[in-house]
Design a protein around this ligand. Structure first.
Ligand SMILES: C[S@@+](CC[C@H](N)C(=O)[O-])C[C@H]1O[C@@H](n2cnc3c(N)ncnc32)[C@H](O)[C@@H]1O
Length: 265
């Protein structure tokens, strides 16, 4: 979709959107002035935020390929964000050509862009749904059609749970997904981490998110580890996203995102 400041119908261009602000941080063009202003305020305090976003994208794509190499053929990407290339389906299909992928996000802008970008393909779909209502999400016809929970699946929750508050109980939400998954399935989670994050940049992110659709919740590493309860946590465990791959060698950033991968035995 070309860069434009007029919003598609149903899109509120006057209120910051996390999907659009993240698109700006990643160098995308699908954002509005309100999103850029919010992102710039954080980048003023943490200039390496774009490097952190890119490290998180690399992590997501490498985990997708690692799981595809382990035989995973179906992928559910929740909090998928505005599409950037390559995305999950392109990465997975380098290894599993008929991989099935469902992208889920509750921001209508993601659905709009995916509809415009995804070529007609019965096995890659985008839906608008909310992770805070897991039963509804799992019952969506597109999820039912493409994801067979009796077979191993990779569930991605990348950069998502810091947008779910403690009162909304993300641990209970993940548990609802975990119990539906077949042995051999993987769950991959990353979110902003309190441990080691620069306090001023963190405070700014929390402040700007107050007027957004979802306030920001940083969590300690132990809290994030609990999202994997009952799953085998793959080495190196829940660590800064740049440390997950030994060859990554990406410099540490002022804000921290902790990331992990769990496998159902
Ligand atoms: C930081 S972006 C991450 C995008 C993508 N996962 C990535 O790593 O590139 C977080 C995404 O989660 C979405 N999101 C926030 N709250 C959500 C919810 N309750 N249900 C589904 N998606 C949500 C936002 O709209 C946004 O697109």
């Amino acid at each position: 979709m070309p860069h434009q400041e007029s919003a598609p119908s149903g899109i509120d261009s006057t209120r910051m959107s996390h999907a659009r602000a993240y698109d700006y941080v990643l160098g995308g063009k699908d954002n509005f002035a309100v999103d850029r202003e919010a992102a710039r305020q954080v980048i003023a305090l943490a200039p390496d935020l774009p490097a952190l976003g890119k490290a998180q994208r690399r992590f997501l794509l490498r985990v997708t390929q690692m799981c595809a190499e382990e035989g995973i053929r179906q992928f559910l990407d929740i909090g998928a964000g505005i599409p950037t290339a390559p995305n999950v389906h392109q990465s997975a299909r380098e290894i599993v050509p008929d991989a099935r992928v469902v992208y889920v996000d509750n921001d209508p802008i993601v659905f709009v862009h995916n509809q415009a970008l995804l070529s007609p393909d019965d096995n890659v779909v985008s839906i608008q749904a909310d992770v805070r209502r897991p039963d509804e999400l799992l019952a969506a016809p597109e999820v039912q059609q493409l994801i067979d929970f009796d077979q191993p699946v990779l569930l991605l929750f990348i950069g998502l749970f810091h947008l779910v508050t403690d009162a909304e109980d993300p641990a209970a939400i993940v548990a609802r997904f975990r119990e539906r998954m077949a042995p051999g399935s993987y769950i991959c989670i990353s979110q902003f981490c309190a441990d080691g994050s620069d306090p001023a940049a963190r405070a700014k992110l929390e402040e700007i998110s107050v007027n957004s659709p979802a306030p920001m919740t940083f969590r300690r590493r132990e809290e994030i580890e609990r999202f994997f309860d009952g799953f085998e946590l793959l080495p190196p465990g829940v660590v800064d996203v740049q440390q997950w791959w030994p060859d990554e060698n990406a410099p540490p950033t002022m804000l921290k995102v902790a990331a992990g991968v769990g496998r159902k035995r």
